[in-house]
Design a protein around this ligand. Structure first.
Ligand SMILES: [Zn+2]
Length: 481
């Protein structure tokens, strides 16, 4: 099966065919760097990380651009988010931007999110934005009022095609506060004149000012990916006005289609309400990482298909954590048995199970990156693996290796929820293995001597350390709790 994606532009599942064979050019709206990132950001950027990992796994060469918004993203009060934070911290705006850009990458690195190939900043692309605004004015799509420039939505017959809004309807029903200098309530700022106190300001043909939020993505996508490119991503809550305005600006300035596939990620919610800084219902990624392993947070972020919301609660994270532990325990057991595996193998038939899992997993990922079903494939697989390893059959190295590499490929390389190691380096893992084996032997010796109290004490002490012994006809094995 070939990859199919849900294209928000047109609202249907479509075959994915990039413009250039074997290559995918992709742009994702990045964060506004004015505070530490929260779990809502984790959901969005882990989702795109899995999408990029899967495209690469499928053989595509991907050029992944994700911007950093460091100017122009205004609050409803009309205040720039970065300037507000700078005022509160008594810092320079670019100090705020630098602090939180670093913090963002630190969090994404910790979550195993592969870095975008290019992370352009809005403030470093002012000339490109001014040039595009000049083109829009020259083509009659924008007008200047007293040092500010607005996009005229009535000049774009396609305006509203992504979010399914009609300009006329909006005009009639509009109860929004109309800014006097705009001709139409839906017109939006491409450039704003800077008031006296505004620190972030640049020279422009219209006087000193700063760009509106939307124009940066149009200008930077064009610079790095061209006028038309394959995938545009972002969070569903930015579909209007941000993404809609990007399309309007780009298609009117370039006279060419903008992005061909729009993939938008559902929100992370708390009791059904979007997690956001402004509502105060957020959990910072750094705080979550203090409590949960990054793989557990990733598995949580992709526990619903990327287009759907995921609801946050401690209970749901705890459930994800135990699901993740089940996968890891089966993998640890596999790795442990690899050290002792016989060369003969009476479990060769299991190779077919491994292959069937792989196929089902990839088919689910081909179906618009259906991660919950792909995770379910790994969970079913884990049940089969546990059944095999507990069956008492001699499982040889080829089968164990096939199991391990299925976990590494599907859970590790694609989903990023299986770490390459169990969290310990191989020498200390060897030492741990040796010490546990020694205690198991001492316990067996105690039992042989009918010293059952001592045998039980050894078992219970190990259990207190989270090491569970299991007696089988062919000996005792251990696993982590
Ligand atoms: Zn954007």
């Amino acid at each position: 099966m070939a990859l199919r994606v849900f294209n928000v532009l047109g609202r249907e599942k479509q075959d994915f065919t990039p413009m250039h064979e074997g290559r995918v050019n992709m742009y994702v709206c990045g964060p506004t760097v004015y505070d530490h990132a929260h779990l809502g950001h984790a959901k969005t950027y882990v989702s795109f990380d899995v999408i990029v990992r899967y495209l690469r796994h499928s053989g595509y060469e991907v050029l992944y651009v994700q911007n950093l918004t460091d100017v122009g993203h205004m609050l409803e009060t009309g205040e720039d988010r970065i300037l507000k934070q700078a005022r509160q911290l008594q810092a320079k705006p670019m100090q705020v931007v630098e602090t939180y850009a670093r913090s963002y990458f630190e969090d994404m690195d910790a979550l195993g999110v592969q870095r975008p190939d290019i992370s352009p900043r809005a403030s470093a692309h002012i000339p490109e934005q001014i040039k595009m605004i000049e083109t829009l004015i020259a083509k009659g799509h924008a007008y200047v009022v007293d040092g500010s420039v607005y996009f005229d939505v009535t000049t774009d017959p396609d305006y509203g095609k992504l979010s399914n809004r009609k300009v006329e309807e909006q005009e009639e029903g509009a109860r929004v506060r109309v800014r006097d200098e705009k001709r139409h309530p839906e017109d939006f700022a491409l450039w704003k004149r800077a008031e006296e106190e505004h620190i972030l300001r640049w020279d422009s043909p219209w006087g000193e000012g700063f760009p509106g939020w939307h124009i940066e993505c149009s200008a930077m996508a064009k610079k790095y990916l061209g006028e038309t490119f394959d995938i545009h991503g972002g969070g569903i809550d930015n579909i209007y006005p941000h993404n809609e305005n990007e399309i309007a600006q780009s298609e009117c300035a370039n006279d060419a289609p903008f992005a061909r596939y729009w993939l938008l990620v559902g929100s992370l919610t708390v009791d059904g309400i979007k997690m956001s800084k402004s509502l105060g219902n957020f959990v910072r990624i750094k705080d979550a990482l203090a409590k949960y392993r990054p793989e557990v947070l990733r598995m949580f972020a992709i526990s619903a298909q990327y287009t759907n919301p995921v609801d946050y609660s401690e209970e749901s994270l705890t459930a994800i954590k135990s699901g993740w532990e089940r996968l890891m325990n089966a993998l640890r057991l596999t790795r442990r048995q690899m050290n002792l595996a016989p060369h003969s193998d009476d479990a060769n038939a299991f190779l077919a199970t491994v292959e069937a899992t792989r196929r089902a997993f990839l088919e689910n990922m081909d179906d618009d990156f259906n991660t919950p079903r792909a995770i379910a494939n790994l969970q079913d697989f884990t049940r089969e693996v546990n059944g095999l390893l507990n069956s008492g059959q001699a499982v040889g190295l080829p089968v164990l290796q096939a199991i391990e590499s299925a976990y590494a490929e599907l859970g590790g390389a694609i989903l990023g929820i299986i770490p390459a190691h169990d969290g310990s380096d191989s020498r200390s893992a060897e030492r741990e293995e040796g010490l546990i084996r020694l205690l198991i032997q001492l316990r067996a010796q105690a039992r042989a001597n009918k010293n059952y109290a001592e045998a039980d004490r050894l078992r219970d002490e190990l259990a207190r350390l989270g090491i569970i012994l299991e007696d089988r006809p062919d000996g005792t094995i251990w696993k982590l709790e």
